[in-house]
Design a protein around this ligand. Sequence first.
Ligand SMILES: Cc1cc2nc3c(=O)[nH]c(=O)nc-3n(C[C@H](O)[C@H](O)[C@H](O)COP(=O)(O)OP(=O)(O)OC[C@H]3O[C@@H](n4cnc5c(N)ncnc54)[C@H](O)[C@@H]3O)c2cc1C
Length: 447
Amino acid sequence: MKKSEVLIVGGSAAGIVAGITAKQCYKNVKVTLIRKEKQVLIPCGLPYIFGTLGSVEKDVVPDTILSKNGIDLIVDEVQSIDRNNKTVATSRGKTIGFDKLVLATGSSPIIPPIPGIDLGNVFVAKKDFDYLNTLLKTLDIARNIVIIGGGFIGVEFADEFNKRGLNVTIVELLPHCLQLVFDEEFCVRAENKLSERGITIMTNNRANKIVGDKKVKEVELSSGKKLKCDIVFLGIGVAPNTKLAKEAGLKIGEHRGIWVDEYMRTSDENIFAVGDCAEKTSLLTKKLLGARLASAATREARIAGANLFQLKRKNEGGICTFSTIIGDLGIGGAGLTEKAAKDAGFDIFIGRATTLDKHPAGLPSAAEMNVKLVFEKETKKMLGGQISGGSTTAEVTNIFAVLIQANMKVEEVVTFQMGTHPMLTASPIAYPIVTAAENAMARDRVS
Ligand SMILES: Cc1cc2nc3c(=O)[nH]c(=O)nc-3n(C[C@H](O)[C@H](O)[C@H](O)COP(=O)(O)OP(=O)(O)OC[C@H]3O[C@@H](n4cnc5c(N)ncnc54)[C@H](O)[C@@H]3O)c2cc1C
């Protein structure tokens, strides 16, 4: 029987970073990563395969990231975990022992029970090289695509399919696309950009049935409308992969992820869980957090990897931090939206700012930037930030996350120390985070 002191199941964002962190914190420990697939894809890059990148090969994570960090790789599937003997059994008949096991088994796309879902040319965002190659080839003979789900996965795929010259329609159940992560005004900006780019949006609509003969031909909506199509793409979310953990008797949380404590330990203290397969708690509400993101997965992996043999890092809770781009419109958010904060029971005040992301205005590619900040009335602490703008959107979103994590109050946000440059940032005179915080203070004073 082979043995590795640290055994990691899963070779994507969470598994790789758990392995690297384990090696950094415990230099002489043998770390082995076992994963199902021969080649791992950059999960967040999947949509860009179909437009900007143009091939699946260009979205592969090189295995040198493992070898250069001294991590052994096994390509095989773990079938079961024997907690008493501290071993796993694989589908190729191997038994591998461990002192510490890290589950980084990720998530899989949700496939809803819509009639016709099994027809040919119905696709999902599956992190699988050959599957995505098939989708790529099918796109060459398609004209019309219906995307079911207007969350970030649906929207990103829509924009990339559109870049290939295909007719794309998004069907969304809620009144707006991206509504679960942004306040209405940001959703509307995103929808306007999608429409401007030629993508049809059908909100307040449920896909009731997929119709076809072996392959899809049309989608029937709750409104009665029928949309002709050659491909249906489902982007309605992911579910954590917990089969292994469940069968090993590990505790499963209310959101169907593997239950973990603040050190990322499961209900068995020799087994850790990180990434999309693990349950998440919000730093701000202390309630369960539904979002599953690569950034959160790697953060959890940095905590678990450090804690394997000695508890060194604590997970105080996640701040959902996320950005995306539609054409040239960046859109991002961290923490709670105005709606989410109110729904969670916070008494809040908000501030807004509109400016340019470069200065002076005459610079080429200067884009309008809209920022909205949410603060708690009682403590004055920042709870959330949203932005739409140009190419700096994602890094401004990351600043929001830092301000929230640092428990900054509105007065501190107003005087936070930023650096600016004409070609790279907004003007120091109208720096949007500071201006929005000033605006929030002014509105709070009069309310
Ligand atoms: C289209 C799309 C776009 C996204 N964009 C973003 C973005 O812009 N920013 C962001 O932060 N997040 C984004 N995400 C979310 C992000 O992809 C996930 O949060 C991330 O992939 C989670 O990483 P993970 O390692 O936990 O799981 P996964 O990426 O799901 O990987 C799980 C790994 O476990 C392996 N595995 C599972 N079971 C076994 C087993 N029994 N034996 C061996 N191996 C096993 C799998 O083969 C795989 O290697 C996006 C997701 C999608 C689908």
